[in-house]
Design a protein around this ligand. Structure first.
Ligand SMILES: *[C@@H]1O[C@H](CO)[C@@H](O)[C@H](O)[C@H]1NC(C)=O
Ligand SMILES: *[C@@H]1O[C@H](CO)[C@@H](O)[C@H](O)[C@H]1NC(C)=O
Ligand SMILES: *[C@@H]1O[C@H](CO)[C@@H](O)[C@H](O)[C@H]1NC(C)=O
Ligand SMILES: *[C@@H]1O[C@H](CO)[C@@H](O)[C@H](O)[C@H]1NC(C)=O
Length: 453
């Protein structure tokens, strides 16, 4: 059998500047993808390319246009929430590794001349930026009052109190390295230590050995407690449950041979990943997956047909720069049948905004004021904006063909911005990547001479 049917990928953003999250509401401060983060994402993109777009790879997607992209085969979405542009920028950088510039991105004109796209054939790929005000899918936990109750209950639990006492000696010892940040277990001091440890030489030299590892163990405990729940369909798992409809509809579309879609990438924060591992029972057998995933990690659901033509899902996880490792969902010892997976995921999915508003106890924000209670209106065209109703109706323009053209133009601009940034960091050498153009080439090709927009 040649190749796989396709793959649905959840990718985590790369290295970013320090940021602060409110320990109760998880409201986030601004953060920015760093050049290191850009390089990590580009590397992730190249790795995914070598897995899925390289005809020599066992996981090559059959029928995919691996060189010059066919937009209909690829869907890219990125969380555009509180982190500023860090996640959307991560998607831009990832795509540059996944579909690098190629001189084959060219067109022959009637007068016999050939034009190669700007910057050596840069590929302009639309990215859907998912705004939390318009969709609950990629940020299901924010502005969710019942989730805040769950967070408070976790901090009030006997286990958390016991862990706080256990952590106290470390939290006291680390105080001089926090410069005024409260040294409580509720507060996620790890991000401050970690980002400074990476970016500040003085700090990295001064921080005593094991402090970073200790902080990581505590943040792993903390984030697991917050973003999971005893019940897979409970409020603790809201981050995973709200992303599920997009995963389900992506799997369905990729499995459908009449639909050209074969590669889906959703760039997200770490919260849905922690929750999904809990929902799919992965952490029982792979306890390492309980904590905070490393920057530029990726979770891939690969669709494969067996000899009888039945579709199975192989799930693989890539921890930062490590390679993919196969993990098994729902206690299975092998790949899981697509139908079983869809059935099980569907049991916990938060299908639409109306359901989210009810489960969160939210009435006013994030489109909930537009939802009539108990009005579950099915959206027929799952391909466009799956399982959204009230918000989707209000922001109906988002899915109109005209808006798509505007959005594609906007994202082409955004992607170009990413290209410009990347161009400045081109000394990072990565395998499988066409050489980037010199300044001269850019000047010749950009701005384009014949704009008819
Ligand atoms: C061919 O057409 C393009 C676009 O109109 C123009 O820029 C280019 O100079 C033409 N080439 C020749 C050889 O006429
Ligand atoms: C780096 O860390 C040192 C020591 O902790 C601190 O004094 C300094 O302000 C930090 N530099 C920056 C740019 O944050
Ligand atoms: C999911 O997380 C809860 C804690 O929130 C834990 O009790 C449960 O065992 C976890 N489930 C799995 C499969 O790890
Ligand atoms: C991922 O890698 C980091 C650092 O390389 C390590 O600390 C962590 O345990 C790994 N996590 C998993 C799930 O393998």
């Amino acid at each position: 059998m040649a190749g796989i049917l396709g793959v649905v990928i959840l990718a985590l953003y790369g290295d970013r500047t320090p940021y602060y999250q409110n320990p109760i509401t998880y409201e986030q401060s601004y953060t920015k993808l760093t050049p290191l983060g850009q390089a990590q994402q580009l590397q992730l993109g190249s790795y995914l390319r070598s897995e899925y777009l390289n005809p020599g790879s066992p996981s090559f997607i059959s029928g995919v246009h691996a060189d010059v992209i066919d937009d209909r085969q690829l869907l890219v979405r990125a969380d555009n929430g509180g982190e500023g542009g860090a996640i959307v920028d991560s998607a831009v950088a990832l795509l540059q590794g996944l579909f690098p510039p190629t001189p084959r991105s060219r067109t022959n004109l009637a007068n016999g001349s050939t034009v190669i796209g700007p910057m050596g054939g840069y590929q302009y790929i639309p990215i859907e930026s998912v705004e939390p005000e318009q969709s609950i899918q990629l940020e299901g936990w924010s502005s969710c009052p019942n989730f805040e109750k769950h967070v408070r209950a976790f901090y009030d639990s006997a286990d958390f109190k016991m862990k706080s006492r256990e952590a106290a000696p470390f939290l006291n010892a680390v105080k001089p390295y926090l410069y005024g940040i409260p040294n409580t277990l509720e507060n996620m001091i790890y991000d401050y230590l970690h980002t400074n440890y990476i970016h500040n030489e003085t700090y990295a030299f001064r921080l005593p050995p094991t402090f970073l590892q200790q902080a990581q163990a505590w943040v792993d405990y903390h984030e697991h407690g917050i973003f999971t729940g005893k019940n897979a369909d409970g409020i603790g798992n809201i981050a995973g449950r709200t992303i599920l409809p997009s995963v389900i509809s992506s799997l369905e579309r990729v499995a459908n041979v009449a639909d050209p879609l074969s590669l889906v990438v959703q760039e997200i924060s770490y919260k849905p990943i922690i929750s999904l591992f809990n929902i799919t029972d992965v952490t029982e057998r792979f306890p390492d997956l309980q904590g905070l995933p490393t920057y530029a990690s990726a979770l891939a659901f690969e669709l494969r047909n067996n000899e009888e033509g039945e579709t199975y899902i192989r799930t693989r996880f890539k921890n930062g720069t490590d390679g993919f490792e196969t993990i098994h969902l729902f206690g299975h010892k092998d790949d899981i049948a697509l139908n079983e997976l869809l059935y099980r995921l569907d049991l916990t999915a938060v299908r639409d905004t109306a359901q989210w508003c009810r489960e969160c106890g939210q009435r006013t924000e994030r489109g909930c004021n537009l939802c009539r209670p108990n009005a579950d209106i099915e959206i027929q065209d799952a391909g466009e904006s799956p399982n959204e109703n009230c918000a989707a109706r209000f922001f109906g323009f988002m899915t109109s063909p005209y808006a798509r053209v505007v959005a594609i133009a906007a994202f082409a601009g955004l992607a170009l911005l990413g290209a410009a940034k990347l161009y400045r960091t081109r000394r990072v050498r990565l395998a499988g990547y066409d050489p980037l153009p010199t300044t001269n080439t850019i000047q010749v090709l950009w701005p384009p001479v014949y704009g008819t927009m």
